[in-house]
Design a protein around this ligand. Structure first.
Ligand SMILES: [Zn+2]
Length: 465
């Protein structure tokens, strides 16, 4: 039987449903959390003042957004916590949770050979730091996220909602090859036909020819991939050329994209040089990572085919500012392409290419590319990409799920029916976008309606609540 009663208006400046308000003793009322945002940045569209947001912890969704005076009577007794600035939880669209050792150089060797248990322990730290930087969702393009997501979901560790690609797919001699060790060992570690599971094949798969390309997608599908990542050009970490040549033949790229699409997934391609970018777009890839040598021809092909860009500026600056910490070849390559890469980003934004933000962090804890500085990409989108601050926030929030194609959840916006992933700040990022760079500026974080970060809240205790 339902129990109705008259309750007096609730005090405080932020909530006044009005005298004589009626409420129902809702059995789930403890599961509703209420926030009063003095300023709301909704993710898509301009800021709005004085908004009430109600979230269900049971469903993890936003159930009401609007004026406090319009809150449905059934929720009148929900306390509204006043927060200066509320915005959606951000989307990290180019993460790696590889668990690389901080004691060895950040190179393919390190990534492929790290013991999986060691990697898992480091990843527990990395995903928590990513979450605490304000990223309630992370798309991982090669690494352990497919497995980590299950552990996050069961409540054993604290992290963002993870959308993993499984092992990134490389050709032999391509960006994912481990050039420093003999081919036989690489084959044993990364081949789709190698017996047993190896640490290396978790982060990268090395394939050649149509059949192996198809099998790589299926192996990732088996792990629970939500998208597929392929290397369509060389890169900085690997001993190959990032600029001139496409990696994989058109036929191989196409079969990877088709096999992914047949299973409801899109493909994201690492592509720096123009040949690789255009080959990826021709094959049907929907997200270009890096896009260093993209020009007007590339931008029009991207817009025509609805392809998004994740420019990832953070690694360039990390390497250029820390020459002593990287192998000389990596530093030289970065120095060679940094300017053209940054110009391409700015020109892409100007041309109207849709962008999401990703920081491509894959270092172990304590390294200059460790998780936790993911927020860097937001001010960089303004400084380097030439976005307006509101546009940079949209790229960091509402645009994020779009890089998952058909797998995109309703997330990245403060909107009814969307994931109740919210950030609370004291300062308005629209007045100074730099604030997003520092994870300490993100005072409150709700993930799927659950408070996971707040002043004085111990992260371990969150797991017990
Ligand atoms: Zn990457």
């Amino acid at each position: 039987m339902e129990d109705w009663e008259v309750v007096p208006p609730i005090g405080g400046s932020c909530m006044s449903p009005g005298p004589g308000a009626r409420r129902r003793n809702h059995k789930d009322e403890d599961d509703i959390i209420g926030i009063f945002a003095t300023l709301l940045i909704p993710g898509k569209g301009g800021p709005v003042k004085d908004q009430a947001i109600l979230c269900s912890r049971r469903t993890g969704k936003i159930i009401y957004l609007g004026w406090p005076s319009h809150i449905p009577p059934v929720y009148y007794n929900v306390h509204l916590q006043e927060i200066s600035v509320v915005m959606p939880g951000m989307w990290e669209c180019h993460a790696h949770f590889m668990g690389a050792s901080p004691r060895r150089p950040i190179d393919s060797n390190n990534l492929a050979m790290t013991n999986p248990a060691e990697a898992g322990a480091r990843n527990a730290r990395a995903i928590k730091d990513t979450l605490y930087a304000g990223f309630t969702s992370a798309i991982e393009l090669g690494g352990y996220a497919t497995e980590l997501q299950r552990v996050v979901e069961e409540g054993s560790i604290l992290g963002p909602t993870l959308y993993g690609a499984g092992g990134a797919i490389s050709m032999t001699g391509g960006h994912g090859d481990v050039f420093e060790i003999p081919y036989g060992c690489v084959h044993q570690a990364l081949s789709v036909n190698a017996p047993g599971i190896h640490a290396g094949s978790v982060v990268m798969l090395q394939v050649d020819g149509i059949d192996e390309c198809r099998k790589a997608v299926r192996l990732n599908l088996r792990r629970g991939a939500r998208l597929i990542k392929v290397f369509a050009s060389g890169g900085i970490v690997s001993r190959d050329d990032p600029v001139q040549y496409q990696q994989f033949s058109d036929e191989e790229l196409k079969v990877i994209v088709q096999e992914a699409e047949r299973n409801g997934m899109i493909c994201a391609a690492h592509a720096m040089g123009k040949a690789g970018i255009l080959a990826a777009i021709r094959a049907g890839v929907k997200v270009i990572e890096h896009g260093s040598y993209a020009d007007e021809e590339v931008f029009s092909a991207m817009k025509k085919n609805d392809v998004m860009l994740v420019a990832a500026i953070t690694p360039l600056d990390a390497i250029l500012n820390n020459e002593d910490k990287y192998p000389p070849e990596m530093y030289r390559k970065t120095a060679d392409l940094a300017k053209v890469h940054k110009d391409a980003y700015r020109n892409a934004v100007k041309a109207g290419v849709k962008c999401a933000l990703g920081s491509d962090l894959f270092g172990g804890p304590g390294t200059v590319q460790a998780a936790g500085i993911n927020g860097n990409e937001v001010p960089l989108a303004v400084e380097v990409g030439g976005m307006m601050p509101l546009q940079a926030i949209e790229a960091a929030t509402a645009n994020g799920p779009l890089t998952l194609g058909p797998q995109a959840p309703k997330s990245g916006q403060v909107k009814e029916g969307y994931d109740a992933d919210l950030l609370g700040l004291d300062e308005n990022p629209l007045d100074g976008i730099e604030v997003m760079r520092n994870s300490k500026s993100i005072k409150y974080i709700w993930k799927q309606g659950k408070l996971v970060k707040a002043p004085g809240l111990d992260p371990w205790s969150v797991l017990d609540r």
